[in-house]
Design a protein around this ligand. Sequence first.
Ligand SMILES: [Zn+2]
Length: 540
Amino acid sequence: MNKILFAVSLSLILFSCKSGKSKFDDVDGPVAEESYYDGSEYQYDTTEIYEEGYDEYEGLEGFDEPKVRGIYNSSRTLLTDLIHTKLEVSFDWEKSQMKGKATITAKQHFYASDSLILDAKGMDVNKVELNGKVLTFNYTDSLKLRIKLDKVYTKDEKYTVVIDYVSKPEERKTGGSSAITSDKGLYFINPKGEIKGKMPQIWTQGETEANSVWFPTIDAPNAKSTQEMYITVADKYLTLSNGKLLDSKKNVDGSRTDHWKQDLPHAPYLFMMAVGEFKVIKDTYVRQDGSKMDVNYYVEPEYEASAKSIFGETPNMIKFFSQKLGVEFPWDKYSQIVVRDYVSGAMENTGAVIFGDFVYKTERELMDANDQSTVAHELFHHWFGDLVTCESWANLPLNESFANYSQYLWDEHRFGIDEADYQAEQEANGYFDNGMSQGYHNLIWYSHFDKEDMFDGHSYNKGGRILHMLRNYLGDEAFFKGLNNYLTTNKYKAAEVHNLRMAFEEVTGEDLNWFFDQWFLGKGHPIVFTTQTINPENQQ
Ligand SMILES: [Zn+2]
């Protein structure tokens, strides 16, 4: 995901950061003095902040010592493994609801059991069946669907349940974070066409755990499933989902059903669909083996002419990142779609990336500012996030730090080192700014208060800078070989920070605990004080 909320205010940093002062009185040779700031002074108790608001914490220096909280946010315990998820959906635009049938194939992860527990938020669950037999279930909290299977299943036995349900996103109380402002999962935009000039559309936003509003699943980043979608719409609409469009069938009632399929497993938060009267602009990426892959841009008709100016670097980026990582783009296709009223900046749904309408720009506007950094960010997630996924939200930097750093890699390649370094400085300032206002915490943050708090200037901005430092320490060849090792070892699986460390250790032969302990598992940053003195003899 890419949020557009950490706009950097350099002046704020300089005036508010007590350690930002340098003395440039009279100059004759600097004397550098280094210290390490561990951030503890600005540590705060998140509970208190949430209860009392931020205002009284202005000035920050008066913060009390941190209260020790005994929270450890672990990865989800996997009782059951998802294998395949087939969804058949149609929409009620009037009510902003979705009728769904989920056919879920699963198996026990290790321990035998006669129950299947799925996340399913705020649905009407009508019926659950297995091999034509109706199963009993408990869904009293409207959050967890607890299904009693017909017998005890061992880890070697697959089974398939069929769930009939209605998704009702508008009836959910929504939460969300500063980066992702809502968690309804499924969005109907101008569904009755009441607002003139606003194209009615449907789209989804899964991260962090909102996709379970529109389909029952194990909504955790360490679960993975292959996927199949049958989306039924009025014939005038286009649909988009993950994977390939296998076929499109007209129904007797005049509607049409599109069949999308992705044979490669990915995490439930990456499932997506979008519906609307979009125009598709087609482009192509040629893989290193010579095979061609579809690259499509979905925009509203008004922006058809500028779509290639907005997204046209995409095939070059896919080629550049594939070569740099030594891992070919692993998915079926690459589509990018721009939607209205989006709740974040952009989202890396596998092969079907959503952007907010801030990317709609004309040729003339693009001369002043383009959004290639966002395009690169979401694309790079297709290796870091989609191919290898953080196993818990505490490990989110394994997704976001890399996506953030891809912006540097693309700038360096496309526009040169000066542009890359300039943008990196802005990113670093974003971290300083965020730390000053919201406090400092470990980069891999097991004690976060809410998973949504992970989407901050640490996971993105700081993490990107740490990867750059690691690249400089290891050297380019070792750094990229380490990334290749991490991706190929953990592909289609979830990973935690130690998998990353061990991938680098295997390549370089060096124990890197010292680096990872300090930078990934610790907090804070060094502060360099520079003082200069003048030799009176040199004065005129
Ligand atoms: Zn991202």
